[in-house]
Design a protein around this ligand. Structure first.
Ligand SMILES: Cc1cc2nc3c(=O)[nH]c(=O)nc-3n(C[C@H](O)[C@H](O)[C@H](O)COP(=O)(O)O)c2cc1C
Length: 153
């Protein structure tokens, strides 16, 4: 199985990085192939909001790692989001990656018809934070756009 892990923490060596390394190790040990992407280590430019992709079905931003991420997601059987809570939301850097998925949404005319692949969210917080529900909304929307369904316990 091909697994993609997206670490959405801007802190390169924090809690999410450790969680990502644990997830990667577990999957590799059980014979899976794992691609890890990190908003702290990889280069993802934000969507400029031009909306040209709605017409052209291509994104004008090509000088970053989004193409590599999209290729890995195409080939993935399973997706893992790792993210810290930032004031009840996902970090802006992760939201910026999700916003770049507008070109995929545009090509499909919406979320993917086949959403049979599984996605998982691994969220971290400093405390037993009661305000994390909204974090799942963009993760669910992005997962559905990419052809995955977020598994909710
Ligand atoms: C800007 C910012 C906002 C945060 N907001 C919250 C929050 O609302 N609730 C919470 O429990 N922790 C909050 N935290 C703490 C982080 O979610 C927590 O320490 C997380 O494990 C950090 O992961 P990292 O080490 O991968 O960056 C915040 C941290 C930062 C830097």
């Amino acid at each position: 199985m091909n697994v993609v892990i997206i670490n959405g923490s801007p802190r390169a060596n924090g809690t999410c990085a450790r969680l990502t390394a644990d997830l990667q190790r577990e999957h590799v040990q059980t014979g899976h192939s794992v691609d890890v992407f990190s908003v702290a280590r990889d280069h993802f430019r934000p969507c400029g909001g031009c909306q040209r992709c709605v017409q052209t079905k291509v994104c004008g931003i090509t000088d970053d790692d989004i193409g590599r991420l999209f290729a890995a997601l195409d080939a993935a059987d399973e997706l893992h989001w790792v993210a810290p809570v930032y004031f009840g939301a996902i970090p802006a850097q992760l939201k910026a990656v999700i916003d770049r998925m507008m070109v995929i949404w545009s090509r499909q005319g919406g979320i993917a018809a086949d959403r049979s692949r599984r996605a998982f969210a691994h969220l971290t917080a400093a405390s037993d934070d009661p305000y994390t529900d909204a974090m799942l909304v963009p993760l669910r929307y992005a997962s559905n756009t990419l052809g995955f369904t977020l598994q909710v316990p």
